[in-house]
Design a protein around this ligand. Structure first.
Ligand SMILES: Cc1cc2nc3c(=O)[nH]c(=O)nc-3n(C[C@H](O)[C@H](O)[C@H](O)COP(=O)(O)OP(=O)(O)OC[C@H]3O[C@@H](n4cnc5c(N)ncnc54)[C@H](O)[C@@H]3O)c2cc1C
Length: 344
């Protein structure tokens, strides 16, 4: 059965600003949802570069997130409840529940009951819990998205954790293999600070950028992105991108784009100064322009153009996507890149 949710399931169903949530159907487009929420002073925080066309059902399916995941995490952390159809057509709601309610869900013989029962049997077994903890990637990697997020259930009440049980974290990222979502209750959060600025740290190599990044992260940026020399060189001859290169000086091996957001623009300048001093003290970087106002958009436009300009490289040799969206702990990134010969 093929369901076109983007055409037929596009309603915003309910909103409660006091409790900070909105119920939507899975076909609601991210940008449209945020346009609706904006006058209320809130937004749905996880983002994607496909925000003008991606639907909330797809975002839950993929556990989407974007460049601000440093502060806003992924869709999983913002999915409070899900209404869904199971494979026998039964209509169920998954949401937070107290321990007693969880136990009651494991009794009786509906498909929903058997899901709770099977999970309870599997995760009550301490050997299974240890196996999941050992085999899953490091918990410090917040953007890991490997298979089913069983690890996310382990810190819930039935299994010795603090949080009430909720199956939504498991459904997020399950790519339509578990249930068909008919509605989602999403957390909404206050709009981000109005002032943003980006510092574009010019470095001699990618290797240097990866080490410098560890210092950058201590300064609570809202986003950090990297552009390397290969991408930057491709934008040189690109008429559209030439005007967005206004901040590039010399021929950097890599540029770290570091975004700061604050309600007070003065604080941003102070934070940027502190970062620049730290960089210089550690011997990283040779140029530290702080871009503000409408010019910030030009920097992001240059970064976004990366994929496009790469595929337009002159000659027969073209970059090919092999592995995308690899998630590595920033501390491990320099060694990881070094172990992949020739990536620097
Ligand atoms: C150029 C490009 C850039 C991208 N950038 C990002 C990015 O920055 N961040 C990011 O996280 N991802 C990114 N993606 C991946 C993807 O496009 C996004 O994750 C996006 O949120 C998916 O939304 P969609 O509406 O296109 O979902 P779809 O591709 O339609 O669906 C995604 C998954 O969710 C499932 N699903 C959809 N609706 C339901 C439903 N009702 N019930 C159950 N399951 C459902 C689908 O079966 C599928 O498995 C990018 C992709 C491309 C091509």
């Amino acid at each position: 059965m093929v369901v076109d949710v983007s055409r037929y399931m596009t309603r915003i169903l309910d909103i409660n600003l006091d409790e900070g949530w909105v119920w939507v159907e899975p076909g609601v487009i991210l940008d449209e949802l945020n346009r609706y929420l904006q006058p209320h002073g809130v937004f749905f925080a996880p983002e994607t570069s496909t925000s003008n066309r991606c639907a909330i059902g797809g975002m839950v399916g993929n556990n989407s997130c974007g460049s601000h995941s440093l502060i806003y995490d992924s869709t999983r952390e913002h999915t409070l409840a899900i209404r869904a159809l199971l494979r026998d057509g039964s209509d169920v709601e998954f949401a937070e529940m107290e321990h007693q309610a969880f136990i009651e869900k494991t009794i009786c013989n509906t498909l929903e009951n058997s899901i709770y029962r099977n999970l309870n049997n599997m995760l009550s077994n301490s050997k299974n819990r240890s196996e999941i903890r050992e085999q899953f990637p490091k918990p410090d990697i917040t953007r890991r998205n490997n298979g089913y997020a069983l690890h996310a259930l382990l810190d819930m009440q039935p299994f010795g954790g603090e949080r009430p049980f909720n199956l939504c974290p498991l459904i997020a990222g399950s790519e339509r293999t578990l249930v068909f979502i008919t509605a989602v209750k999403l957390r909404v959060v206050p709009l981000p600070p109005s002032s943003t600025a980006v510092m574009c740290i010019h470095l001699n190599s990618i290797e240097e950028a990866l080490h410098a990044n560890l210092i950058v992260l201590q300064h609570s940026p809202t986003a950090v992105e990297l552009m390397d020399r290969v991408i930057l060189n491709q934008t040189r001859d690109n008429l559209l991108q030439q005007r967005n290169r206004f901040f590039v000086q010399g021929n950097p091996g890599a540029i770290l784009i570091v975004e700061f957001a604050d309600h007070d623009a003065k604080n941003i300048h102070q934070r940027a100064d502190r970062l620049e001093q730290d960089m210089k003290a550690s011997g990283f970087g040779y140029h530290f322009p702080l871009i503000t106002g409408t010019d910030v958009g030009k920097v992001w436009a240059l970064r976004k153009a990366g994929l496009g300009v790469l595929s337009n490289m002159k000659g027969d040799a073209k970059p090919v996507s092999v592995v995308e969206d690899t998630a590595i702990l920033p501390e491990d990134l320099p060694a990881y890149m070094q172990s992949n010969d020739g990536l620097y």
